[in-house]
Design a binder for this molecule. Structure first.
Ligand SMILES: C[S@@+](CC[C@H](N)C(=O)[O-])C[C@H]1O[C@@H](n2cnc3c(N)ncnc32)[C@H](O)[C@@H]1O
Length: 272
C-alpha cells in the first residue's frame, strides 16, 4: 500500500517521465531522469547522464553475479549497466508500474519489478551489487532502504548510490521533495550509513559537476534556444525559472557513496 505522499510522487514522475517529449533540458531524454555529470566538454544532458553512470560504475569492482538497480526510473540507468553486466543479470525496481513498463521496452532481457526500495520482496543475499541513482531522497526513509540493501546483498557485496541529502526543508518541488530527512553535515549522513551496517563507506561530494553543472546546462540551453529562435519567450522564462529553483534547493551536497556488506554478512542490521 502506497502512502499519500508516495502516490503524489509516483503521479508526478509518471506525468513527467512517461510524456513522449520528456527531457529535463527541453530535449528528448534517452531514458534518464537524473541531473547527469558535466565536464566542460559535455555536449548535452543525455551524455551527462551516461557520464554519471560511468562515474558510478567505475566504483563497482564486480563484473559477475547479479546487480539490482533501485528506483530505476524509465530504464536509462539500467541500460547503462549492460556495459558491465549481462542484461539477464540485471534487476530493476521502481515504485511505479507505468515506469516499469517503459523499462521493459528499453532493456527487454533484464528483470523489472514494481517494488519499493524500503520493502523489497527479494530473498536474503540475492545480489552482488546494489546501485541506486538519484532516488534515495524520495525514500521513506533512507534507513529502511539501506537495511533492505544490506539484507539482499551477499556477504562482501557492493553498494553504490548517487544521493542528494538536504540540510533544511526545500520550499520548491514539495510534491516530490517534501518531508526530507535532514543532515546538517556529511558526518551525520555517514553515520546513517554506518549505523545500517554498511562497511568501508566512502562519500564523494560531486555537487560541482552534477548539481551546478546541471543548473548551468539548463540555463545555457535556454539562452541557446532563444537566440536560435527555436523556443519562445515563455518557454525560455520557464527554463530559467526551473534552473533557479533547482539551484536554490537547500541540498547539503550531491554525493556518490560507496560501501559494502561485511564478509561475514552478520552485521547487527544487515542480516535482520
Ligand atoms: C529522479 S528519478 C531517478 C531515476 C533513475 N534512477 C535515473 O537515474 O534515471 C527517481 C525515481 O525514483 C522512483 N522512486 C521514488 N520513490 C521510490 C521508492 N520508494 N521505491 C522505488 N522507487 C522509487 C521514482 O518513481 C523515479 O523513477
Amino acid at each position: 500500500m502506497l502512502t499519500d505522499l508516495q502516490k503524489e510522487l509516483t503521479g508526478f514522475y509518471d506525468r513527467l517521465f512517461c510524456a513522449p517529449e520528456f527531457g529535463l533540458d527541453g530535449r528528448p531524454s534517452a531514458g534518464f531522469g537524473n541531473l547527469g555529470y558535466f565536464t566542460p566538454a559535455t555536449p548535452d544532458l543525455n551524455t551527462a547522464c551516461e557520464q554519471l553512470m560511468d562515474v558510478l560504475m567505475a566504483r563497482i569492482t564486480r563484473r559477475d553475479g547479479l546487480i539490482l538497480d533501485v528506483a530505476c526510473g524509465i530504464g536509462g540507468s539500467t541500460k547503462c549497466l549492460t556495459k558491465i553486466f549481462s542484461p539477464a543479470a540485471i534487476h530493476g525496481i521502481n515504485i511505479s508500474a507505468r515506469q516499469i513498463e517503459l523499462c521493459r521496452t528499453r532493456v527487454p532481457e533484464a528483470h523489472f519489478h514494481v517494488m519499493t526500495a524500503e520493502k523489497m520482496e527479494f530473498p536474503d543475499r540475492m545480489f552482488d551489487v546494489v546501485i541506486s541513482v538519484e532516488a534515495a531522497m524520495h525514500f521513506k526513509g533512507r534507513r529502511e532502504f539501506l537495511l533492505e540493501a544490506m539484507r539482499v546483498l551477499k556477504p562482501g557485496g557492493e553498494i553504490v548510490v548517487a544521493d542528494m541529502p538536504f540540510s533544511s526543508q526545500p520550499s520548491a518541488f514539495t510534491s516530490v521533495l517534501g518531508g526530507q530527512e535532514l543532515y546538517p553535515t556529511l558526518d551525520s549522513y555517514r553515520s546513517l550509513w554506518e549505523s545500517c551496517g554498511v562497511q568501508d563507506v566512502e562519500i564523494e561530494d560531486v555537487s560541482g559537476p552534477v548539481w551546478r553543472g546541471f543548473c548551468a546546462h539548463v540555463r545555457n540551453t535556454a539562452f541557446r534556444d532563444l537566440i536560435a529562435s527555436v523556443t519562445d519567450g515563455g518557454t525560455f522564462q520557464e527554463r530559467l525559472h526551473f534552473a533557479e529553483k533547482m539551484n536554490a534547493l537547500p541540498s547539503l551536497a550531491y554525493v556518490i557513496v560507496k560501501g559494502r556488506k561485511g564478509q561475514r554478512g552478520a552485521s547487527s542490521h544487515g542480516d535482520r
